[in-house]
Design a protein around this ligand. Structure first.
Ligand SMILES: [Fe+2]
Length: 302
């Protein structure tokens, strides 16, 4: 089980039964192969050579990302420019590493096969004394593996209820008032994540990671888990409803642009949809959706 690269068996069996709702720190299992497939040496080599795809890198400080023109030449990452920004205290955000580093692609695919949840990996390479992203929450739970150095994580209880995909997503700003209130109250948890540890960060928890007070660079990898929900099933059911011929019938324009007529069409479509949904073979559809859950690509949004 590839989540075994991150957690021990006892924690994993609990995780499969009950998805975490509270932040926690775990030690990477001693027998984990993760440090063999990805480590500081490999990531440093990528960052120094800029061998990553240019559109998978963001150069960022305190939540403000540079325009790609500031660190690319003719569309490719420019090692001299990237090095210059890093020297000035900027962090590198490496996006969807599993799409361009095959060993992590294999690990994410295995995790998806095991859990039915989508999985992708983002990385952060931060110099000492830096803050890449400001206070924010994420709409997916994440497992943060500290590769090298240390990173301080200030974490607050969830500030939104059940964030999911593009609803209550992390790109919705928390608002200055909320951030100020939480800062004044102080974090609910503060962890100094060190190399070889894994932070479990449930979706919705406001967090502020930084390397202020650190003397060495920090690299961490974030395994983002795209949880399955009733909404995900609902989307799949709605997509499958295209098999219903009555729902595919054309509605003439005058019944679209007339509000009262259109309301009647909505009522009719709802009736047809409910009727079709009631006739769906749950077991057959479960097999179909499980295949989708285990295989459909699920990458970083934006
Ligand atoms: Fe985050």
């Amino acid at each position: 089980m590839s989540l075994r690269m991150l957690f021990n068996d006892a924690y994993l069996s609990g995780l499969m039964r009950e998805w975490p709702t509270k932040p926690a720190i775990h030690e990477l299992p001693a027998e984990s192969k993760l440090p063999l497939i990805i480590n500081a040496e490999v990531l440093d080599r990528y960052v120094d050579s800029c061998a990553m795809p240019a559109d998978k890198v963001i150069v960022i400080m305190s939540g403000a990302a540079l325009h790609p023109r500031a660190y690319t030449t003719a569309g490719d990452l420019d090692p001299a420019k990237v090095g210059n920004w890093r020297g000035r205290g900027y962090s590198l955000q490496l996006r969807n590493i599993n799409r361009w580093y095959p060993p992590l692609h294999a690990m994410c695919s295995a995790i998806q096969g095991e859990t039915g949840y989508g999985c992708y990996v983002a990385g952060f390479v931060s110099p000492a004394g830096a803050q890449g992203l400001n206070h924010h929450w994420d709409q997916s739970s994440v497992f943060v593996y500290q590769v090298v150095g240390r990173k301080t994580w200030q974490i607050w209880k969830p500030v939104v209820e059940e964030p999911h995909r593009d609803y209550l997503a992390s790109n919705a700003p928390p608002g200055r008032e909320v951030v100020n209130r939480l800062k004044a109250a102080g974090p609910d948890h503060e962890f100094d994540l060190r190399a070889g540890q894994v932070l479990v960060l449930p979706r919705g928890c406001m967090h502020s990671p930084h390397t202020r007070g650190q003397e060495d660079q920090s690299i961490h990898l974030t395994f983002v888990m795209r949880e399955r929900t009733g909404h995900w099933i609902g989307e799949k059911l709605a997509q499958a409803a295209i098999r219903s011929a009555p729902l595919r019938r054309v509605i003439p324009p005058d019944r679209v642009v007339d509000l009262a007529a259109f309301a009647e069409q909505i009522d009719e479509a709802r009736t047809l949809l409910v009727k079709w949904l009631a006739s769906v073979d749950d077991v057959a559809l479960a097999a179909e959706l499980l295949e989708a859950a285990r295989t459909e690509p699920d990458v970083d949004y934006v």
